[in-house]
Ligand binder design. Structure first.
Ligand code: ADP
Ligand code: ZN
Ligand code: MG
Length: 477
């Protein structure tokens, strides 16, 4: 087992967040009723003509520049011919020999340091429709809302050597695409999905082994599991003297196995030819230069800035800068409360935990930086305790509004009035004489217990520092 090496190359599809489709003016938004986002062009009526959406070219060039690609000034669209019920034209408009972007790379962190994963190309193409199986008495229904939604396909060289590297690479790519705002990258909605090509070879071997391909995978977890399963399966076959067939496989999440779907097509099977209905794509140096100038700060640069400007730890800077949404939230909220350390802690601990528990992504955070900044200010001013702040955060996730309004409405203002604090302290001491003797006998835990009791009686609203101080004063009297 150990004398084998796994080789992986990915074809990543990202749906572009243009308002309209690639060759018609239908909307691209997700979740509409079936076949409501359609017109004669994306339904492939005879005689209709496609017109290329200029934004698609701009977004693809942006993605190419952000991943260190060369941009082709002369590019074109080609027809890729195949039949499938979700593809009403019986061909997909894609790009064959002249993709918009070529020869880029994405850098990932590995145990041995930074590693460049080379990109063969990035090209533009249209998405197919969607088949809904099994919902209606065993039949399948076709929904063409997705037909003609613009995609970029990012093809990597077979430079990846483990499932961990693949996960790193995908996370990095996702993060870059989010930063340059060309795709929302929502994997559950299929906005970002990968075809995963896997082969194995003996260590030291220079030729690649035969690969298999698993299509349309859209969760990190499945991708990692599928690669590990498939690599082991191939090794077993080879060890038993068999050969690997080049084929397309289906990953089954429930059984944790791959199954054969069909033999792999070659480029020649698709009979590519230039689409005669579309003009060539010619880009000027000035056009490319302008897009380059407009590129925002990318994750790597932001991370550096967080280390230097805000003195975040390497780990925290990595987590926050990896998501544009978290990074923007962090910076804007910090500007409001002037306490980046506290904002950092909220994002890394409580906010991340809630996102995990509710299986949401940073883009789904319902409150804004203003509200988070104000929450931190309220703690810093002593208006609320940190335990109340946690309750306010939960409210912000439920029904986001001004934190000040929330605490007024709920009556959650911290009790910092000396008289009121003293009253609780005396009451708790009367109720717990044993704790007083324990404390006097040197058991520090007793103090914590008493403060906890006082917190309980005030529903978490008493100022904990004041409680601590006053318990000690009273018991030392
Ligand atoms: P196709 O579009 O027919 O699947 P491409 O050559 O465009 O073929 O893309 C193939 C993908 O498979 C690329 O990402 C490439 O890195 C990867 N790949 C090619 N050969 C191997 C191999 N032997 N093992 C693993 N991955 C491979
Ligand atoms: Zn349309
Ligand atoms: Mg492929």
């Amino acid at each position: 087992m150990n004398d084998y090496e796994t080789v992986i190359g990915l074809e990543v599809h990202a749906e572009l967040s243009t308002k309209t489709k690639i060759f018609c003016s239908c909307p691209t938004s997700f979740g509409a009723n079936p076949n409501t986002h359609t017109c004669p062009i994306c339904m492939a009526m005879p005689g209709t003509l496609p017109v290329l959406n200029e934004k698609v070219v701009e977004y693809a060039v942006k993605a190419g520049l952000a991943t260190n690609c060369e941009i082709s000034k002369n590019s074109k669209n080609d027809r890729k011919n195949y039949f499938y019920p979700d593809l009403p034209k019986s061909y997909q408009i894609s790009q064959f020999d002249k993709p918009l972007c070529e020869h880029g790379y994405v850098e990932i962190d590995t145990e041995e340091g930074k590693k460049k994963i080379r990109l063969l190309r990035i090209h533009i193409e249209e998405d197919a429709g969607k088949l809904n199986h099994d919902e209606f008495g065993g039949g399948s229904l076709v929904d063409l809302n997705r037909a003609g939604v613009p995609l970029i396909e990012i093809v990597s060289e077979p430079d990846l050597r483990s499932s961990q590297e693949v996960e790193q690479y995908l996370r990095k790519l996702k993060s870059i695409l989010e930063y340059i705002e060309v795709s929302d990258c929502k994997m559950q909605e299929g906005s970002l999905r990968a075809d995963v090509n896997v082969s194995v070879r003996k260590k030291g071997e220079t030729k690649f082994g035969t690969r298999t391909e698993m299509k349309n995978m859209n969760s990190f977890r499945s991708i990692v599991r599928a690669i590990e399963y498939e690599a082991n399966r191939q090794i077993d076959v080879l060890e038993e003297g068999g050969t690997i067939e080049q084929e397309t496989l289906r990953w089954d999440e429930v059984s944790g196995k791959t199954f054969s779907m069909r033999d792999k097509e070659d480029a020649q099977d698709y009979r590519y030819f230039p689409d005669p209905d579309l003009v060539a794509i010619k880009l000027s140096d000035e056009y490319i230069e302008n897009i380059k100038k407009g590129l925002p700060e990318l994750p790597e640069t932001r991370k550096k800035r967080y280390l230097e400007e805000y003195h975040l730890s390497e780990k925290d800077a990595n987590i926050i800068s990896s998501s544009k949404y978290l990074a923007d939230l962090f910076e804007k909220a910090s500007a409001i409360c002037n306490n980046p350390k506290a904002v950092n802690n909220w994002i890394i601990s409580d906010i991340s935990r809630i996102l995990n528990e509710t299986e949401q992504e940073p883009i789904d955070i319902p409150f804004d930086s203003n509200q988070l900044g104000k929450l931190v200010l309220l703690i810093d001013k002593g208006t609320i305790s940190s335990s109340i702040a946690k309750k306010v955060l939960a409210e912000l996730f439920e029904n986001p509004r001004d934190p000040e309004e929330i605490i007024k409405e709920k009556g959650w203002i911290q009790i910092s009035d000396e008289g009121a604090i003293k009253e609780v302290v005396i009451k708790v001491l009367e109720e717990n004489p044993q704790s007083i003797s324990d404390y006097k006998a040197g058991k520090d835990k007793a103090l914590g217990f008493l403060v906890g009791q006082a917190m309980k009686q005030t529903k978490g609203q008493a100022n904990p520092q004041m409680l601590n101080k006053m318990f000690i004063e009273e018991m030392n009297k």
